[in-house]
Write a protein of this length. Sequence first.
Length: 140
Amino acid sequence: MLDIKKTIMQRSIEIGNWVLLGVLFVISLLFMSGGFAIGVLLGGLVSIVNFHWLYRDLKGTFLKHAAKAKPFMMMKYYIRFIVTGIVLFFIITRTPADIFGLFLGLSVVVINVVFTVVGANLKNPLRRFRKKNASLFISR
């Protein structure tokens, strides 16, 4: 069986997710209410688990179900969507988590991906020119 290894960028995103969640949680503990901090923590955990679950689904799909990848991924997407919705419902109704803290926590992966990609491109802005016919602008 073919083994799919994680790239350096993917590992830095995964580590950055945990670092960003920790920083946001500590800052919210120090400067915001306890409910806000709980919201940040629970939202961050949901988003990081969802990100890891997506990775496992994609890896499993391309290793085992490559011929029927689209229907298999759509089924997995809806399962992940429903489970995430149920978890968020219970977080909102059964915990003292603040909605705005939860929203910030759910944004951890998105914020980290943006920072990681922008940071990688700022380190080496001319990397796109190494390939033939590459430009700074994305075009079709």
